[in-house]
Design a protein around this ligand. Structure first.
Ligand code: PMP
Length: 395
């Protein structure tokens, strides 16, 4: 099956590059190849492209241009915030539903003598920021709370947490990767100290993202050896990627409402279709108030890894709510933090939509999925064998 006929429902993992974005980048791969740090005209042209992009992106995200640091993506931006914000050894507060690029960075700090406390998470996938007071003893150096969860789409009470933290002068880092470009995100209104985002989640290029850092917030750089990004992220800037990022965010900002409405309709049709075609199913995460781009569903009676493989063969690309790093199948830490029953953990699959998906595609996907789920529920030894030998990973 060629990729043209596959129905791509894994847009939280990555999205396709829009033709307008590619066109905007094009001259910067070829004739405008200058190093932005060079003083001659090649350099000046590249520098202008970067500073224009910075201004544009900062404007769309409710920040000042000098608050934006370009990074290689959100993994780097999250690491830069988690390692760069704490001023001395102490406590890090983080939710149990953070992306591994936050979770594992915090774990590395714990190895260096910090301690970690987790916000409790409800069965709807939303953290309880009201628990802050009971967690907030000792020297809290940082609180991490993502804006929209990548596995469930649950929106988190970031602004409420930031308000409490501001009163106590505790820096807050917000991973906004799955929200930027999908809903309006306003850095200053959120009130956080730092906020990360990534190009390839919004139909921009891979390998570029950013960290917004509020004026006055002290951030220790991860890298050394250059003056770029005012010394906070040295290294020659990837001009074409930065230009592409700005274009992708511009388009997302311009069209967000119509994209959002379209995706919400897709999700509803998808969900209704599955409920008709292969009940019982369970939605993991909020059914109505999360980001409609994400739909995490458990199909009791199916093993997620088998279902995924069957869906792949049937031309549907999506991802598991379970991952494996060391040879044993592990349920998703996010769904575990939500304390879902074992059967729901083991049968969870994430579908994620973009405005480029069509209604017709979604209807076709539903029919194929329902057939496969019904078939798997009838059970076969072959499927169980597959479950024992396959180890998918989660983006
Ligand atoms: N945070 C979240 C919530 C994500 O979904 C991702 C991508 N899977 C990242 C961080 C990492 O982004 P990048 O791929 O740009 O490193």
């Amino acid at each position: 099956m060629n990729t043209q006929t596959v129905i791509y429902l894994d847009n939280n993992a990555t999205t396709s590059l829009l033709p307008e974005v590619r066109a905007a980048m094009e001259p910067f791969w070829t004739e405008h190849f200058g190093n932005p740090s060079s003083a001659h005209r090649f350099g000046r042209l590249a520098r202008k492209a970067i500073e224009d992009a910075r201004e544009q992106i900062a404007h769309y995200l409710g920040a000042f241009p000098d608050e934006l640091i370009f990074t290689s993506g959100a993994t780097e931006a999250n690491n830069l915030a988690v390692f760069g914000l704490p001023r001395s050894r102490g406590v890090i507060l983080a939710s149990g539903i953070e992306h591994p690029s936050v979770r594992e960075a915090v774990a590395a700090l714990v190895q260096r003598g910090f301690s970690q406390r987790e916000f409790p998470v409800g069965s709807d996938g939303i953290v309880d920021a009201d628990a802050f007071d009971s967690l907030c003893h000792g020297e809290v150096q940082l609180a991490c709370l993502m804006l929209a969860n990548n596995e469930t789409g649950a929106l988190q009470p970031v602004q409420a947490l930031a308000t409490i933290c501001q009163e106590r002068r505790i820096p807050v880092h917000c991973d906004a990767v799955q929200a930027v470009g999908k809903i309006p995100v306003h850095f200053h209104e959120l009130g956080v100290s730092t906020l990360s985002f990534s190009g390839h989640k919004v139909h921009g290029p891979k390998g570029i993202g950013g960290l917004l850092v509020r004026r006055g917030v002290r951030l220790t750089p991860l890298f050394h050896g250059g003056h770029q990004e005012r010394g906070r992220r040295p290294g020659t800037e990837p001009v074409p990627l930065i230009v592409g990022l700005a274009k992708a965010i511009e388009l997302a900002h311009r069209d967000w409402q119509s994209r959002f409405n379209h995706v919400r309709q897709l999700r509803q049709v998808f969900l209704d279709g599955l409920r008709r075609g292969c009940a019982p199913i369970f939605v993991n995460g909020p059914e109505h108030d999360g980001l409609p781009h994400t739909l995490n569903i458990s199909f009791p009676g199916c093993r997620a890894e088998v279902l995924l493989m069957r869906l792949d063969l049937a031309g549907i690309a999506c991802s598991a709510g379970s991952a494996c790093s060391s040879g044993s199948l592990l349920p998703s830490p996010v769904l575990q933090a939500m304390q879902l029953p074992e059967e729901r953990l083991r049968s969870a699959v994430r579908f994620s939509f973009s405005h480029l998906n069509t209604l017709e595609e979604v209807e076709r996907a539903v029919a194929r999925i329902a057939d496969i789920v019904r078939e798997l529920r009838q059970g076969s030894d072959e499927d169980l064998l597959l479950a024992e030998t396959s180890f998918p990973s989660r983006a």
